[in-house]
Design a protein around this ligand. Sequence first.
Ligand code: SF4
Length: 396
Amino acid sequence: MPPLIFRKGLDLKNAVAGQLAASYHSQLVDRVKASGYRYESGRLTLHLAREFGFCYGVDRAVDYAYQARTRFPDRAVYLTGEIIHNPHVNDQLRALGIRFLTDPGHTLDALGEQDVVILPAFGVTIAMLEDLSSRGCTLVDTTCGSVLNVWKNVKRYAQDGFTAIIHGKYWHEETQATASQALQYPGGRYLVLYDRAEAALVCDYIRSGGDRQVFLERFKNAVSSQFDPDIDLARIGLANQTTMLSTESLEIGAMFRSAMAERHGEDALERCYRAFDTICSATQDRQDAILRLLAEEPVDLMIVIGGYNSSNTCNLARICAATRPTFHVASPECLLSQTAIRHRDVAAKNEIVTEGWLPPSGPIRIGLTSGASTPDNLVERVIEMLDAFCNPIPEA
Ligand code: SF4
């Protein structure tokens, strides 16, 4: 029997609305928004980005997960992995009894018709979807529409004989799912590249060729099987993981366009080069909002809240770190004290503790934003802690 797939929720939106509000909403954040995204208290002035926090895709995915739990109280409900990259939200779902196939003791091989499986906002690979379907599991598909839009473009590239060049992280679930779309057609190919440096290597190869083996070794985890750079870079189509730094994606697109024009001539571009900007609007809005905040407000430092493995959060931190001391924190607990903060170092990409992060006296202006997978109640706790650190109650 074909599996039952829920793609538009489970008709329980109202039933779970209260639970979602209690778990993730914040009245304080609502008040800060209503006050021009500004919070003032004692020596602290805090500027909140105009766009931050849960995006439409995450909102919907979390909503569907709660609906699934409510609809199937007596059945095992699984997630293929993290529903979104926020530890707080994932722990809340574990607390509801939703099991994660990536947690120890759970395996896809044990699933059958009796089980319900939630597919995350960034989607799953075609192979995983086929596996779950063949087991007859009931599926709750929360794949975001913006991710589906990328898949549409990548599928079209493959259909038309173009290799998909994906600006993304080959180890990220969304990019793995996107890359798998290219393989649906005979001869479908993909190559994933992470940044400008990797794009420059590929562009050099397009322009003047190079050592095929060195190329394949460099991208061994990031290309489809049987990839041959001497053949498969002749017709290319660009796409992005939806949460990359949009300025970098655009730059990479321009680099490839220029390399293809040099190799094949401007007149041939229509036949050998395609590009679609597939950064999602929520990612773009959050990046634009932070650029605006940095340009308009004289903030002394930036706090970015979100999971360390959240691509869009890391990119917000990269933008901030270009001009301000920036502390990317995974949760409010990372604000250890008035003198110490635990955070992900933007350049080194590891977690460190920095001492003396807050000026001990005088006015202080802090900019604040959060990634698309960070709920407002975490932002509220950070605001409260900043207030307490900046304006400690004098001891009696
Ligand atoms: S970041 Fe963009 S693509 Fe990802 S879930 Fe949110 S809206 Fe969808």
